[in-house]
Design a protein around this ligand. Structure first.
Ligand code: HEM
Ligand SMILES: *[C@@H]1O[C@H](CO)[C@@H](O)[C@H](O)[C@H]1NC(C)=O
Ligand SMILES: *[C@@H]1O[C@H](CO)[C@@H](O)[C@H](O)[C@H]1NC(C)=O
Ligand SMILES: *[C@@H]1O[C@H](CO)[C@@H](O)[C@H](O)[C@H]1NC(C)=O
Ligand SMILES: *[C@@H]1O[C@H](CO)[C@@H](O)[C@H](O)[C@H]1NC(C)=O
Ligand SMILES: *[C@@H]1O[C@H](CO)[C@@H](O)[C@H](O)[C@H]1NC(C)=O
Length: 332
C-alpha cells in the first residue's frame, strides 16, 4: 500500500510524538494523582499533621524542608535519611548528626497515614509532601507534589558525606554537588532560599567570626553589626551548639528576605554569602541573588520549579524498593 507524502508526514509526526512521550515518561514516572484511588485522604492527613507539629514548634517547618533535601541528595528521594542503624547510616553523616531533625514528626505522619491507608504510601512521598506543606504553612508558594516514589533499602553515611554540601565549601564545589544530582546554578540559588526559615548553630558559621581561613581576621563580607552580634553570641570556646536564625529579618516567614540579606552582607553561613560576594558569583549566582531579592514572585516561581526537580532525583518506582511500614526500618 502506497502512502501519500502527507500520510508520511503524519506517520513521522506520530512516531515523533510517541518517542517524545516515552522520553518524558522515562524522565519522570511520578504523578500528582498517584494515590488518588489508594489513599484519597493522604494530602489532608499530612497537612493536618504538619500543621499540628508547626503549632507546637514553628521551626519544624524548616526542619522538615531540610529533611527532604537531605533525602534527595543521597541515593535519590528514597527516604534513606530516615533509616535508623549504626554509625554508618546517613543520620550519622557530618551534615546530619546532631543536626537533622523532625524524625518524630515523620513517624507521626506515617502512623496517621497508615491508619487510613495501610501499606500503600511511601515514606519518601511523605517527606516530599511534608516539605511542600512546610513551605506553604510558612507563607511560601504552593505546588502539586509529584508522587509515586518508593522507599530505599539502604542508608549510606559515606555517600551522604560526599553528596551533601557543607557550609565551609567554596562555590564551585557546591555547584558541582548540585550538578552531580542533575541540578543547575538556578537550582543552587533558588533552593538556597530555603534558608529563609530555620536555624543554624554556631559551629556552622563561627569560622567566619574571628580568624577566617587563617587570615587572622573575620570574614570581610559579613556586615559589621551582625558580625559584632554573632561574635558575642558565639564566643571562642563558647557553646558551639547555640542556635541563631538563618534569616535574621523574618525567621518564620518564607519570603525573599534571605536574598535581601545577602545584598547587605547579612548571610549567616559562608555558603550563603558566597552566592553574592565571592569572585565566582559574578559569573554564576550573583545576578540571580539580585533578581530574587527584588522580585519575590520570581523567587517563588523558581523555587517551586527547583523543588519539583529536586523531588525527581532518582526516585525508586515500579517494583524497586518497597513501601516501608515503619519509616525508620526496612521491612523484614
Ligand atoms: C547550598 C548548599 C547548602 C548548605 C551548605 C546548607 C547548609 C546548612 C547548614 C549548615 C544548616 C544549619 C544546620 C545546623 O546548624 O544544625 C542548614 C539549615 C537549613 N537548611 Fe541548608 N544548606 C544548603 C542548602 C539547602 C537547601 C537546598 C535547602 C532546602 C531547599 C536547605 C534548607 C535548610 C533549612 C530549612 C535549614 C534550617 C533547618 C532547621 O532549622 O532545622 N538548605 N543548612
Ligand atoms: C562507628 O562505630 C565503629 C564500631 O563501634 C567504630 O569503630 C567507628 O570508629 C565508628 N565510626 C565513627 C565515624 O564514629
Ligand atoms: C556507600 O557508598 C560508598 C561511596 O559511594 C561506597 O563505596 C560504599 O560501598 C557504599 N556502602 C554500602 C554499604 O553500600
Ligand atoms: C536550570 O534548569 C532549568 C530547567 O530545569 C532552566 O529553566 C534554567 O534556565 C537552568 N538554569 C541554568 C543557569 O542553566
Ligand atoms: C589564624 O589561624 C591561622 C591558621 O590556622 C593561625 O596560624 C593564626 O595564628 C591564627 N591567627 C590568630 C590571630 O589567631
Ligand atoms: C525586615 O525588613 C523590613 C524591610 O525590609 C523592615 O521593615 C523590618 O523592620 C525588618 N525586620 C526585622 C526583624 O529586622
Amino acid at each position: 500500500m502506497m502512502k501519500s507524502p502527507n500520510n508520511f508526514k503524519g506517520y513521522y509526526y506520530s512516531l515523533f510524538m510517541i518517542s517524545l512521550m516515552l522520553c518524558l515518561g522515562a524522565r519522570s514516572q511520578l504523578t500528582t494523582d498517584f494515590y488518588s484511588q489508594t489513599c484519597p485522604s493522604l494530602l489532608s492527613t499530612v497537612r493536618k499533621q504538619v500543621q499540628s507539629a508547626i503549632k507546637t514548634e514553628m521551626r519544624m517547618a524548616a526542619s522538615l524542608l531540610r529533611l527532604h533535601f537531605h533525602d534527595c541528595f543521597v541515593n535519590g528521594c528514597d527516604a534513606s535519611v530516615l533509616l535508623d542503624g549504626d554509625n554508618s547510616t546517613e543520620k550519622f553523616a557530618l551534615a546530619n548528626v546532631n543536626s537533622a531533625r523532625g524524625f518524630e514528626v515523620i513517624d507521626a505522619i506515617k502512623s496517621a497515614v497508615e491508619s487510613s491507608c495501610s501499606g500503600v504510601v511511601s515514606c519518601a512521598d511523605i517527606l516530599a509532601i511534608a516539605a511542600r506543606d512546610s513551605v506553604v504553612l510558612s507563607g511560601g508558594p504552593t505546588w502539586r507534589v509529584l508522587l509515586g516514589r518508593r522507599d530505599g533499602l539502604v542508608s549510606n553515611g559515606t555517600l551522604a558525606n560526599a553528596a551533601l554540601p557543607s557550609p565551609f565549601e567554596a562555590l564551585d564545589a557546591i555547584i558541582q554537588k548540585f550538578v552531580d544530582v542533575g541540578l543547575n546554578i538556578t537550582d543552587v540559588v533558588s533552593l538556597s532560599g530555603g534558608h529563609t526559615i530555620g536555624l543554624a548553630k554556631c559551629a556552622t558559621f563561627d569560622n567566619r567570626l574571628f580568624n577566617f581561613s587563617g587570615t587572622g581576621a573575620p570574614d570581610s563580607t559579613m556586615e559589621a553589626n551582625m558580625l559584632a552580634d554573632l561574635q558575642s553570641f558565639c564566643p571562642v570556646n563558647g557553646d558551639s551548639n547555640r542556635f541563631t536564625t538563618l534569616d535574621r529579618n523574618s525567621t518564620d516567614l518564607f519570603d525573599n528576605h534571605y536574598f535581601k540579606n545577602l545584598l547587605n552582607g547579612k548571610g549567616l553561613l559562608g555558603s550563603d554569602q558566597i552566592l553574592y560576594s565571592s569572585d565566582l558569583a559574578v559569573s554564576t549566582t550573583k545576578s540571580l541573588v539580585e533578581s530574587y531579592s527584588s522580585n519575590s514572585k520570581l523567587f517563588f516561581n523558581d523555587f517551586v520549579n527547583s523543588m519539583i526537580k529536586m523531588g525527581n532525583i532518582s526516585p525508586l518506582t515500579g517494583t524497586n524498593g518497597e513501601i516501608r511500614k515503619n519509616c525508620r526500618a526496612v521491612n523484614s
